[in-house]
Ligand binder design. Structure first.
Ligand code: GAR
Length: 195
């Protein structure tokens, strides 16, 4: 039977989550969001999930022991039986235990053309390096930071006079196009049995 259930993990603004939700609502992405999990209670994205009437749970990570936290996260995720777990600005590094619990089922989005500029402040790193093209990457999460097989990328030109804010805004527009398309590709492949 098809499983098109998405678990979304976020920590902040949640604009990528909202873009995925809208793609589902428009009928562009054949999927359902089974839960939104935030590690930050005040995250704007968490509030949006509640407004949308989605199952939204907060699992606060502040001060938590990493291993214990990740164990609780895995237990919670298993309960929702997601086909895919989509990291959407989830600002925590997942321990190998989480990655191994869901092999090839955790997706991440990153605001650079990986393998360039992994980690924090990817757009600032790109500007500092003077690249003329940057963009965004959707990839499977593995045990590294912003590593793992690439599913889809979108390029964004770096313009004369760009600063972190203007470049980030143009990359974000592309993130909102890229993430749901990457999810659709992977779900179609999984549900066709080739996953
Ligand atoms: C996005 O730009 C995403 O690519 C980035 O965090 C932002 C979250 O925005 N993720 C990373 O840098 C992961 N290394 P959002 O909360 O509005 O979706």
């Amino acid at each position: 039977m098809d499983n098109r259930r998405l678990a979304i993990l976020l920590s902040g603004r949640g604009s990528n989550f909202v873009a995925i939700h809208e793609a589902i609502r428009r009928g562009d992405l054949n999927a359902t969001i089974c839960c939104v999990i935030s590690n930050v209670a005040e995250a704007a994205g968490f509030g949006r999930a509640r407004e949308f009437g989605l199952k939204a749970e907060c699992l606060p990570s502040k001060g938590a022991d990493r291993e214990a936290y990740d164990r609780r996260l895995v237990e919670k995720l298993i309960k929702y039986d997601p086909a895919l777990i989509c990291l959407a600005g989830f600002m925590r590094i997942l321990s190998p235990a989480v990655i191994r619990a869901f092999p090839k089922r955790i997706l991440n989005i990153h605001p650079a053309l990986l393998p360039s500029f992994p980690g924090l402040h990817a757009q600032r790193q790109a500007l500092e390096h003077g690249v003329k093209v940057s963009g965004c990457t959707v990839h499977f999460a593995d045990e590294g930071v912003d590593t793992g097989p690439i599913i889809l990328q979108r390029a964004v030109e770096v313009r004369e006079g760009d600063d972190e804010e203007t470049l980030s805004a143009r990359i974000l527009e592309q993130e909102h196009q890229a993430y749901w398309r990457a999810i659709a590709l992977v779900l179609d492949r999984m549900n066709a049995g080739a996953g």
